[in-house]
Design a protein around this ligand. Structure first.
Ligand SMILES: NC(=O)c1ccc[n+]([C@@H]2O[C@H](COP(=O)([O-])OP(=O)(O)OC[C@H]3O[C@@H](n4cnc5c(N)ncnc54)[C@H](O)[C@@H]3O)[C@@H](O)[C@H]2O)c1
Length: 380
């Protein structure tokens, strides 16, 4: 007997599809879970578009106003897959209606907004999570397990990149459908909240909290046509952002993100260096974890590339999939997140990262943007 978790999905874009795929795969690959998602309703403003999405992906019904979706008695969990400026209003309304919430990242437009969201969510006690999905790539989860075992020794350095190149053209407009990421009113910030937020979440998870930061940002294209008005207006997002930080454990951090690194589409990499071991991961090769172990001796000492596909239980999540040597991909991080959310309901435990966990990343983003503005170090 399973307990259905009736999902109300808001948004049908990139994440609407990625999450829905996660919901659909969960009962097939994690059949042991008592709670299982049911695709109850999908919501967006355009009736035709959301109906087409619902038909294609198998949602039972549609809504064109998220308030109506939240008001429905047959919805247990609301999934927020819309631009960042809508997260707060929807999450607070959903929590007040007693719905569970799965919210896309970044949690909010600012830490202040995020704090308000956390307070409502905690007061209402609804189950919640934020989709920092990279935590659930098996190689990244394995990195977490190795770090937690203490095998790295004293940590000295953490560095991460998230590089893209899709906004280099001056002709690219800002705002509106598909391009809301270039409009600070919808996105809150540029690469800091969009890309570095992922790097920061993983970093905090693997290496603990960030104590202080110093940052620089740049907006390379100063004006773009806004899709809503057709007029050229000032661009107020950060096109690129680099920052240095101290982690609370005394290690040093170096982070860089840009949408102007010609040739890079989604180069997310991180490396962590400890006294005894270093680990390195690259999204383009996401099923591999590179490891240097100082204990290895002799002529063959060097970096090794672990193919994270062992089926025996030593590699996280992989016993659910194929046979050893066959890898999984990007979409599986969302399947794993769905499964962990369902498991958290089975076990009555929180599903990390919770809103409160994600607020920590928001605080770092705020400190980074403030530092870039006044050119001084900012405590988090
Ligand atoms: N976890 C990740 O790796 C990841 C990746 C991409 C995006 N995101 C986050 O997911 C969220 C959505 O991003 P996306 O790439 O899916 O965007 P998208 O542009 O592909 O889709 C946005 C969706 O929101 C809908 N929408 C906009 N306003 C709405 C409203 N008022 N009511 C109902 N629906 C509305 C649009 O119709 C569209 O379906 C953002 O917060 C983004 O930061 C996370």
């Amino acid at each position: 007997m399973t307990t259905p978790v009736r999902i109300g999905m808001i948004g049908y874009g990139f994440m609407g599809r990625a999450h829905t795929n996660g919901y659909k795969r969960c009962p097939d690959f994690f059949p042991e879970l008592e709670h299982q998602p049911v695709l109850k309703a999908a919501c967006a403003r355009s009736k035709d578009k959301i109906q087409a999405f619902a038909d294609q992906w198998g949602y039972e019904s549609i809504e064109t106003d998220w308030r109506n979706l939240i008001a429905r008695d047959d919805i247990d969990a609301v999934d927020i897959c819309v631009p960042n400026n809508l997260h707060k209003e929807i999450a607070i309304a959903a929590a007040e209606a007693g719905k569970m919430i799965l919210c896309e990242k970044p949690l909010a437009m600012s830490a202040e907004d995020g704090e308000e969201m956390c307070q409502v969510i905690e007061k209402t006690g609804v189950q919640n999570t934020v989709w920092y999905n990279y935590r659930r790539v098996p190689a990244v989860t394995l990195a977490k397990e190795i770090i937690e075992s203490g095998a790295l020794g004293r940590i000295f350095h953490y560095r991460a990149n998230f590089l893209q190149d899709w906004t280099i053209s001056e002709e690219l407009p800002q705002g509106g459908e598909a391009l809301w990421r270039l409009d600070a009113d919808a996105a809150g910030s540029g690469v800091t909240g969009d890309l570095l937020a992922h790097c920061i979440d993983t970093a905090i998870w693997l290496n603990g909290t960030v104590a202080d930061v110093t940052a620089m940002t740049e907006t390379f294209i100063k004006e773009r046509v806004h899709q809503a008005t057709g007029e050229k207006t000032k661009v107020t997002i950060d096109d690129a952002c680099s920052f240095l930080c101290h982690f609370s454990n005394g290690s040093l951090g170096l982070f860089e993100s840009t949408r102007y690194a010609r040739g890079h589409k989604a180069l997310y990499t991180f490396e962590i260096n400890g006294s005894e071991m270093s680990l390195r991961w690259d999204l383009h090769d996401l099923h591999r974890l590179e490891v240097f172990d100082h204990k290895d001796e002799g002529a063959l000492r060097g970096w090794k590339s672990v193919h994270v596909t062992d089926h025996s239980g030593v590699h996280p999540y992989m016993d659910k999939w194929w046979v050893p040597g066959l890898q999984v991909g990007y979409e599986h991080s969302f399947v794993h997140h769905v499964a962990d959310f369902m498991k958290s309901l089975d076990e009555k435990t929180p599903c990390a990262p919770t809103f409160r966990d994600a607020l920590e990343t928001q605080k770092v983003c705020d400190a980074v943007l403030a530092s870039a503005k006044d050119h001084t170090w900012h405590k988090v």
